[in-house]
Design a protein around this ligand. Structure first.
Ligand SMILES: [Fe+2]
Ligand SMILES: [Fe+2]
Length: 159
């Protein structure tokens, strides 16, 4: 396999792996016993942390790089707006009591939102980026490095 090709998949695969991970968590939540508030809260907070790291990685590194190489500004602008809305819902969840009647509903709405957003990224943005002359080697490297920092910050915050 050509070196460029294997790396070109890596930057995007990293993001897809995050998508799959949160998608699985949202599915798991659907089957959870709502009365088990503590377990529900734990899953919800873990997904929020995951999504915050993921959106930061995209906003700081992936999106700006893609913006430079693809023609379609609409895709990028819509994705950014969707991130803002997702972050608002995450913030609401973080500030809600777990017995708030809207706590679980807000998380379910966040799930629907994220699912829609992921579909557009994987269906439109990523294929367009793949066709571009993006330097995927350095992109993957910067993303790996930033991810390590972000995960470190989360762990410190919860220590
Ligand atoms: Fe994403
Ligand atoms: Fe995104």
């Amino acid at each position: 396999m050509a070196k460029g090709r294997s790396k070109s998949v890596e930057a995007i695969d990293m993001l897809k792996q995050d998508h799959d991970k949160v998608e699985r968590a949202f599915k798991e939540f659907e089957k959870m016993e709502r009365a088990d508030m503590e377990a529900c809260r734990r899953l919800i907070m873990a997904v929020c942390e995951e999504l915050k790291a993921h959106t930061t990685l995209e906003e700081e590194i992936f999106y700006p790089a893609v913006r430079e190489v693809i023609e379609d500004e609409d895709i990028m602008n819509e994705a950014s707006v969707e991130h803002e809305t997702a972050k608002m819902l995450i913030e609401q969840l973080e500030n809600m009591q777990e017995d708030d009647p809207n706590f679980h509903a807000t998380f379910t709405v966040l799930g629907e939102y994220v699912r829609h957003h992921v579909k557009e990224e994987e269906g439109e943005m990523f294929p367009a980026a793949k066709k571009s002359a993006l330097d995927f080697d350095s992109l993957a490297e910067r993303m790996r490095e930033r991810r390590r920092e972000l995960i470190g910050e989360t762990e410190k915050a919860h220590a």
